[in-house]
Design a protein around this ligand. Structure first.
Ligand code: ARG
Length: 448
């Protein structure tokens, strides 16, 4: 082989990460071969012992990589043959690297999904644990990035918990399609040898045996799907990161981020930069880019295995590494950031956040919504011209807009506390409802 081709086609430089899963797959395969009479007990014992030795060497980075051996599968098999001779040469019975790599990758993705799920749960817990501490704090909720209506801080935190819960349910759903055993598909058509595919699947804790030997090694849709799930997580994290970057500016001053996750400026001594959040926002591009790379990689591939598919690993690994790193840092930031109630209060008192509550109070007096909207608009304009809050308008101000308005009654619904207390609907910021949701999440996330 030409050296340039050897270098071009090797994958050991990145697929070495599959070694534990490759060895696990080989042990299951060898165990099945022995049960089916294709290896003796003695040969099986030797193969398993030697695979463990190789695994130890790989753990300690003692197995030298050689590009002529192409990939992790060949490195492990060659090392086995170097020690065991003909016994080692029997391991690849009724197996091809095509079903082998598909198996390794499914095992790897399954583990990685479980790790991401654990991190998502920890991040949910971090948000829920903030809820008691911030229970009394009211935040302005925004639409169009304009202050809109007052909400309780725990209501805000639970909005993120809900998003993360959907991410977790996507993981669970994707995992079902990942958790299917390709082993035994061999190169493409199956094999004439008497293998027991159900046994290998069981040993590897796969839920099902893949039904079609041609399909098995031809697709990476499970990898694409898992990277979509990761992309959605990254997009959720980037929205949160952007929000807290804004909130930590002097302009907002709503939140103080933990120092350990910020950096200073080399030239401006007063600065604390939210680098972790900025990088979290930025790395979303990498994850979504990996999704694009994988989809383009698979576009237009005829059945079945094609070497193109070797290119699946760098984007797949990078997407998982990136999202895991982002989640690992998001957790202590959520735990360690502090809301700044004084600065928040200042903004709550400006911008007439209780206008909608006032409008709804007027509608409860029997006025149609469009009319009430118009009347409150007039009250807001009046308050603005007098540079006062809605609550500071006099009884005469109220009746000047509409003779039936009784200032005293309406004033009870004003101010952000009045507005929050008036919410009724399911899913709203009504304090009892929010407390019940916090309790439900605590119970759901309680460590078993
Ligand atoms: N390194 C290859 C990959 O990752 C393994 C499968 C190679 N199969 C083959 N028939 N050349 O896809």
């Amino acid at each position: 082989m030409d050296q340039a081709l050897a270098k071009f086609s090797e994958s050991i430089s990145f697929d070495h990460r599959l070694y534990r899963h490759d060895i696990r797959g080989s042990i299951a395969h060898a165990t099945m071969l022995c049960r089916q009479g294709m290896l003796t007990e003695e040969e099986l014992r030797k193969i398993i012992d030697e695979l463990r030795v190789i695994e130890g060497k790989l753990d300690r980075k003692e197995l030298p990589f050689r590009i002529e051996l192409e990939d992790i599968h060949m490195h492990i098999e060659q090392s086995l043959i170097d020690t065991l001779g003909d016994t080692g040469r029997k391991l690849h019975t009724a197996r091809s690297r095509n079903d082998q790599v598909a198996t390794d990758l499914r095992l790897w993705v399954r583990d990685a999904l479980d790790q991401v799920d654990g991190l998502l749960e920890a991040l949910q817990r971090a948000f829920v644990e903030r809820c008691d501490h911030d229970a009394e704090i009211i935040l302005p909720a925004y639409t169009h990035m304009q202050r809109a209506q007052p909400v309780l801080a725990p209501h805000y935190w639970l909005a993120y918990v809900e998003k993360l819960e959907r991410d977790r349910s996507r993981i669970a759903d994707c995992r079902r399609r990942v958790n299917v055993c390709p082993l035994g598909g061999a190169a493409v058509a199956g094999t004439s040898l008497p293998i027991d595919r159900a046994l290998t699947a069981e040993l590897l804790e796969f839920e099902k045996v893949a039904a079609n030997s041609i399909d098995i090694s031809s697709d990476r849709d499970f990898a694409i799907e898992s990277v979509f799930v990761l992309s959605m997580i990254a997009i959720h994290l980037s929205g949160w990161a952007e929000e807290w970057i804004l909130w930590s500016t002097t302009e907002f001053g709503f939140i103080k981020l933990p120092q350990a996750y910020c950096t200073g400026s080399s030239i401006m001594p007063q600065k604390v930069n939210p680098d972790t959040l900025e990088l979290t926002r930025g790395k979303t591009g990498r994850v979504v880019g990996a999704l694009q790379t994988l989809m383009m990689l698979m576009k237009g591939l005829p059945l079945a295995y094609n070497r193109d598919m070797q290119e699946d690993k760098p984007p797949l690994f990078d997407a998982f590494d990136t999202v895991q790193a982002c989640l690992q840092l998001a957790i202590p930031i959520v735990q360690g950031s502090q809301l700044q109630p004084a600065a928040i209060k200042l903004r709550l008192d400006q911008g007439y956040l209780d206008a909608t509550a006032l409008m709804e109070a007027i509608m409860q007096m029997g006025m149609p919504q469009r009319t009430a909207h118009h009347k409150v608009g007039a009250l807001v304009a009046l308050a603005k011209s007098k540079a006062v809050t809605l609550g500071e308008l006099t009884d005469e101000d109220f009746s000047s807009v509409e003779p039936s308005f009784v200032g005293g009654t309406l004033r009870a619904r004003l101010g952000v506390e009045g507005a929050v207390a008036s919410y009724q609907s399911l899913g709203s910021s009504r304090p009892e409802l929010v407390r019940a949701q916090v309790a439900a999440w605590k119970q759901k996330l309680a460590r078993s």
